[in-house]
Design a protein around this ligand. Structure first.
Ligand code: PMP
Length: 369
């Protein structure tokens, strides 16, 4: 195939920098164009963003696109600071939380010791570590797939580059209480503990109130999930100003304008529309609770979720086969071919109608054979 597209493509790797061939890039969930697809594979919000966000984006599109945006994203950082009772100097904004995470890895975790993370977590962490040559040490989650905080804190006390955890964790959906996050923060006061709160709004406790008490805490959040703005690419980090200064140094050595005018305007309006946020978030949480019961009725074991997805396995059916059978019926869920979790499906919470279709298709599949 490659020959017909690009006859000399085979020679391309010789142009690559030596480390590029060894990279194992992150593989995002697929975004196929299938009609009437029930898409429950990438943890998007099934509801649209706040109408005020759409209106603000329209207005921004009509005013000033010929000019560069504010390189400091001040309006957005002020909106985040207002909502969370922080100073604007304690907020950093980026092009999706993935970019913010990447900058944080570059800024804080390039140390002599390894970076600590759970063995089951957001797989992008290992990709950033590899990109920046950061050694990782993965600490096994326990048999219930919960993060082993005591073991992580013990290991951190021996010396590490820092700790990264998603809270709630992905793809398990299980959250840690704040006291456990504090245990990690106290275990390595000289290194950054990065808490990735991509899903926190769906039922977990945010570590943001701990910021004044811990110089080593960096909290990262996104507008992709609870604010329904995955398509806009907006994420932010909060921490004491010395941490934010480091992120700004990385940003300004990479791309001074990560947030465009449309993204800033839409994000500010979305952050200010508390009613829309609460209503859509509560709908997702209610739907999740209903879906858990229906999946359990079908024989699935479902981990306790504090997110907009559930992680579930069927004791007698292979997860890869279930995912493939669902796909044939135009329902997409995520399956990870990874040790320890290969028998689980990660199912994003859709609308009630989408979840009903999922349950019906699963019933058909389980009844056949
Ligand atoms: N952290 C976690 C745990 C995630 O699952 C995701 C979404 N894939 C992200 C961060 C990145 O989100 P975004 O770049 O859309 O802000």
């Amino acid at each position: 195939m490659a020959d017909s597209i690009d006859p000399v493509a085979k020679r391309a790797p010789s142009f690559w920098s030596p480390r590029i061939a060894d990279l194992e890039p992150y593989v995002p969930g697929e975004q196929p164009r299938i009609r009437d697809l029930v898409k429950l594979n990438t943890n998007e919000n099934p509801y649209p963003p706040s109408p005020r966000a759409i209106q603000a984006i329209r207005e921004a599109a009509e005013n000033g696109l010929e000019l560069y945006p504010d390189p400091t994203s001040l309006a957005l950082r002020e909106a985040v600071a207002r909502r969370h009772g922080l100073a604007v100097e304690q907020v950093f904004a980026g092009n999706g939380s993935d970019e913010v995470l990447a900058h944080a890895f570059f800024a804080f975790f390039q140390q002599r010791e390894p970076l600590l993370m759970p063995d089951i977590s957001y797989s992008f962490y290992r990709v950033y570590a590899q990109l920046y040559g950061i050694a990782c040490e993965q600490l096994p989650v326990d048999e219930d797939l919960r993060i082993d905080v005591a073991a992580t804190a013990d290991r951190a006390r021996e010396g590490c580059a820092g700790v990264v955890v998603a809270n709630p964790n992905a793809p398990t959906g299980i959250g840690l209480p704040l006291a456990r996050i504090e245990e990690l923060l106290r275990a390595c006061p000289e290194r950054v503990v990065l808490v990735d709160e991509a899903y926190v709004d769906f039922g977990a406790e945010s570590a943001l109130p701990l910021i004044p008490h811990h110089a080593n805490l960096l909290v990262v959040q996104t507008l992709s999930k609870s604010r329904s703005l995955a398509g806009l690419r907006v994420g932010f980090a909060c921490g004491q100003s010395h941490l934010i200064d480091a992120l700004v140094r990385v940003k300004d050595s990479f791309n001074s304008y990560p947030l465009d005018r449309l993204a800033s305007a839409g994000a500010v309006a979305a952050l200010e529309d508390e009613d829309w946020f609460r209503k859509t978030r509560d709908d997702v949480v209610d739907t999740r609770e209903g879906l858990v019961l229906q999946l359990e009725d079908l024989g699935f074991e479902v981990l306790p979720s504090q997110t907009n997805f559930v992680f579930a396995r069927h004791p007698s059916r292979d997860a890869a086969e279930l995912a493939a059978a669902l796909r044939e019926r135009a329902v997409l869920v995520r399956h990870f071919r990874q040790p320890r979790i290969a028998q689980y499906l990660r199912i994003s919470i859709g609308t009630r109608a989408q979840c009903s279709v999922l349950v019906e298709r699963l019933r058909e599949i389980l009844q056949a054979q």
